[in-house]
Design a protein around this ligand. Structure first.
Ligand code: ISL
Ligand code: CA
Length: 547
């Protein structure tokens, strides 16, 4: 296994709109990030990933970009960007930008030109068809092909209507993207997280698809297209190779068996991918708002399968939540009586599976899902589109509202709770762009910073342990008692050491711990103040080193 800085690094994802507002307009911004760099350095993370900060009409909060080489006016300007980058580097951290090049905004001048008609020089920057391919569903509801009256044809948008897909078959598009990447690389950024990168190569025979099996459509029609790997290799050669930077591809629709095509070391494509299996365990066939139960066995199975499939050849980035999913403690843990314990347990898991961990902002203070009282409080277009669609179809809105509370993307997008003052100290404005979670008086950064055994310091400690014990990074991984419905136990080992991880994903007291007698091992960290050797209490997690 080759050793590199990005395997040893820990990512911290910032969703700038909700991180910290520095100028009182209710919207997080670069000034806010600059204010909090010491906080992040103190936590001990290495690589900051910023969700998009480019010019955007914000149909999808910046994932619809109208100018790739300018900073979103609401977030600040290029001078502030440079100040921020310098501040990050001064503190020994690195910066990863979000690269959203499957699609642009419809307000990008390329699309404005492209719409004008078949003779426009930008026509082939996007994907136009006189006849509409049938039954292609978009991720955000409705069809993925939209009629454009000005041009008299249909264009493809896998996401919202305001996110037309770029035509990667056109070499000019590819050159534009590489040039834009070099613009940021020359400024000194340290890498890219690539939005839905498996989707950039399209299946040009435009197959008709079975509308009812969305995950299958994603995997077999939208992702892993015929020229994908050619494009990624070209991107590596033409844009990335001369720089010492790293890349993480967001990889929905990529099954484990295809993983090494993306991240296999010899392929020279991407360094890592975010794999998705666990993110869909609690989705029914109807998708995100079709609530289903998940079970620990399947959850463990996802990580096992990826570990086995990649072997010593490829690398992943591990995430348990991000800006598109519920908060990790609410989804995989218990955000009621055992919020602290289960948040710490999940921190152990996140930081000790094989792969580069990605911490989502707010996890380190134990932030939870939110149940905002009215649909009018919601901002995410996926949520709002689902609501409109359900209303039109006369579906059960109460049930949908429950599902929104449980699964909606805005769960992860409420402002970071900095302290217990008005608006959680996120903004001095009367109203932030989205409501603050009402639990902020109890759950906030000031509170965890004042409490020595808090979730924050637990993360800090784990981050140090990960640096101290590189076995947690490079060591082999083996699940123990994989069929256990409540216990997630595993072993990590190499020539420098051997570690046993015991995580109780339940309130049931577990009395039989598999593996060597724990009395004979050294306790490295645990989420209870003491250890009762033979028992793993509710949501208890302990890590041992064999001596
Ligand atoms: O959340 C999902 C579907 O509802 C995922 O299946 C999918 O990974 C996600 O929609 C893709 O996410 C990325 O691209 C989107 C953007 O809205 C997300 O915020 C971004 O992370 C379009 O750019
Ligand atoms: Ca602001």
């Amino acid at each position: 296994m080759t050793k590199t800085w990005w395997k040893e690094a820990v990512i911290y994802q910032i969703y700038p709109r909700s991180f910290k507002d520095s100028n009182g307009d209710g919207i997080g911004d670069l000034g806010g990030i600059i204010e909090k760099l010491d906080y992040l350095a103190d936590l001990g993370v290495d690589l900051l990933w910023l969700s998009p900060i480019y010019q955007s009409p914000n149909d999808d909060n910046g994932y619809d970009i109208s100018d790739y080489q300018d900073i979103m006016t609401e977030f600040g300007n290029m001078a502030q960007f440079e100040e921020m980058l310098e501040g990050i580097h001064q503190r020994g951290m690195k910066l990863m930008m979000d690269l959203v090049v499957n699609h642009s905004s419809d307000e990008h001048h390329w699309f404005q030109e492209s719409r004008k008609g078949p003779d426009n020089p930008y026509r082939d920057y996007y994907i136009w068809r006189k006849e509409k391919p049938e039954r292609w569903p978009s991720f955000f509801g409705g069809e993925a092909w939209e009629y454009d009256a000005l041009s008299g044809e249909y264009y493809l948008h896998l996401f919202s209507k305001k996110q037309p897909d770029l035509n990667w078959e056109n070499p000019k598009v590819r050159e534009e993207v590489y040039e834009m990447m070099r613009f940021w690389l020359d400024k000194g950024v340290d890498g890219f997280r690539m939005d839905v990168i498996p989707f950039i190569s399209k299946r040009l025979h435009w197959p008709e698809v079975d509308w009812n099996d969305f995950p299958k459509i994603v995997e077999e029609v939208y992702a892993n297209g015929p020229r994908l790997h050619e494009f990624l290799q070209e991107m590596k050669r033409k844009a990335l190779a001369p720089y010492d930077v790293t890349t993480v591809g967001e990889a929905p629709g990529v099954p484990p068996a295809l993983g090494n095509l993306y991240v296999g070391e010899s392929r020279k494509e991407l360094d890592m991918i975010f794999h998705f299996g666990h993110m869909f365990l609690d989705w029914g066939p109807g998708g995100r708002f079709d609530l289903a139960d998940w079970d620990l066995k399947a959850f463990k199975g996802v990580f096992n399968e990826w570990y086995t499939a990649l072997g010593e050849e490829g690398w992943v980035s591990i995430f348990l939540d991000n800006h598109d999913f519920p908060r990790l403690v609410s989804r995989w843990g218990n955000d009621g009586d055992y919020r602290e314990e289960s948040a710490k347990l999940l921190a152990i898991l996140l930081l000790s599976l094989r792969g580069t961990p990605s911490i989502y902002q707010g996890s380190e203070i134990g932030m939870t899902n939110v149940a905002l009282p009215s649909i009018d409080d919601y901002r995410d277009l996926e949520t709002l589109n689902a609501w409109t669609e359900a209303k039109e179809k006369g579906e059960d809105l109460d049930q949908l509202f429950l599902a929104i509370h449980q699964q909606g993307r805005d769960n992860a997008r409420t402002p970071i709770q900095w302290d217990d003052s008005a608006q959680a100290g996120f903004t001095t404005a009367k109203e932030p762009w989205i409501k603050v979670n009402p639990n902020y008086p109890a759950i906030n950064a000031a509170a965890v910073l004042a409490k020595p055994d808090s979730i924050f310091y637990f993360y800090q400690k784990l981050l140090r342990l990960r640096k101290q014990y590189l076995t947690w990074v490079y060591g082999e991984y083996e699940m123990i008692d994989g069929n256990h419905p409540e216990l997630y136990a595993y072993r990590r080992w190499d020539e420098d050491g051997e570690f046993y991880f015991y995580l109780n994903f339940s309130e049931t007291e577990l009395t039989e711990l598999p593996g060597p007698p724990v009395e004979e091992m050294e306790l490295i960290i645990g989420n209870y103040p003491d250890q009762e050797y033979a028992h793993l209490r509710a949501w208890e997690a302990r890590v041992y080193r064999r001596v």
